[in-house]
Design a protein around this ligand. Structure first.
Ligand SMILES: Nc1nc(=O)c2c([nH]1)NC[C@@H]1CN(c3ccc(C(=O)N[C@@H](CCC(=O)O)C(=O)O)cc3)C=[N+]21
Length: 296
């Protein structure tokens, strides 16, 4: 038996359609155009591709896109000054500082300088705290996208055994908080977890976010489990660069009940949720009703 393939690309397309419809309503009904500012420091080629895609999709949904490309040797003071300007700019409802930042910049300090109401990545300590205490927050895009796919596939997640592999601040930890919010029994596994295979094999929901290509093989998966692969790893295969996840798709697909592919799974959801968060931020900034189904 072969797993159902969860089509993140198609889901993301529909989500972007709903975002675009809401943008039209905001423009026509309130003269409000949601705006997203993306800040890129340095010239990492992968980051440039992401930033370009974000800008393109932002415009396609009818929102305003502001791109700020700064040289790799930008000082912290200059970056903080830009963030202060974006915080104060009424046309900007969302601010994303592309990570990772060059090593001479303190990423924590920079992220926490963003107005939490404009923090569409959900990385500001205020949003982290709000999410952790079950209050209304800006929710990190990748975990939010994973949650939408899980709800769509499973309906209620209540009482299910969820294992998140990876404990990063940007995926693992917020993912675990969201799953807890759905009344899952949540385990966070990581590089020091003993008998990690056995821990994973308990999972009804397995979220892989470790950044190690194809680490999780079919024998780590409970038959019928729903597997969400957050990994985006560029590897060389037969002389060609290919994108693979943290899950070994070939062996997992025969065991899992459902699985997200890479590419075409979680990745497109991340960008769609960024656009959704920007609309949510714009509505909150203007005291307008938030669109249904765009938040957690
Ligand atoms: N502040 C910040 N927020 C982020 O959300 C953020 C970031 N920094 N830094 C970099 C990572 C990476 N990221 C991706 C988004 C979409 C795809 C995506 O759409 N992937 C496609 C494939 C794209 C390709 O072919 O390369 C897919 O999986 O189908 C991938 C990766 C967001 N990130």
């Amino acid at each position: 038996m072969s797993a159902t393939i969860i089509d993140g690309k198609a889901f993301a397309e529909r989500l972007r359609g709903r975002v675009a419809a809401h943008v039209t309503r905001l423009k026509d009904g309130h003269g409000l155009t949601p705006g997203l500012a993306v800040v890129l420091v340095g010239e990492d080629p992968a980051s440039q591709v992401y930033v370009r895609n974000k800008g393109k999709q932002t415009q396609e949904t009818g929102m305003a896109s502001f791109e700020h490309k700064l040289p790799a040797d930008t000082t912290e003071a200059d970056l903080l000054a830009l963030i202060a300007r974006l915080n104060a700019a009424p046309a900007v409802h969302g601010i994303l500082v592309q990570l990772p930042l060059p090593a001479h910049l303190n990423a924590e300090l920079v992220i926490n300088a963003i107005d939490p109401a404009k923090d569409v990545d959900g990385f500001h300590i205020s949003n982290v705290g709000l999410l952790g205490t079950g209050q209304k927050a800006m929710v990190p895009c990748t975990p939010l996208g994973c949650l939408m796919l899980l709800r769509d596939h499973l309906g209620s997640l209540s009482g299910l055994e969820a294992v998140v592999v990876g404990r990063s601040n940007i995926v693992g930890k917020p993912m675990a908080q969201l799953l807890l919010g759905e009344s899952c029994t949540v385990t966070i596994a990581h590089s020091r977890t003993r008998t990690i295979e056995a821990v994973c094999r308990r999972a009804d929901i397995l979220v892989a976010a470790v950044g190690r290509p194809e680490m999780i093989t079919g024998d780590w998966i409970k038959p019928g489990a729903t597997v969400i692969d957050v990994g985006i790893n560029r590897v060389e295969r037969d002389g060609k660069m290919r994108l693979v996840g943290d899950v070994d798709f070939a062996s997992a697909v025969g065991v899992a009940g459902a699985i997200t592919p890479v590419p075409g799974g979680v990745g497109p959801m991340t960008i769609a949720c960024l656009l959704a968060n920007t609309v949510t931020a714009a509505c909150r900034a203007h005291g307008l009703a938030e669109p249904e189904g765009l938040t957690a």
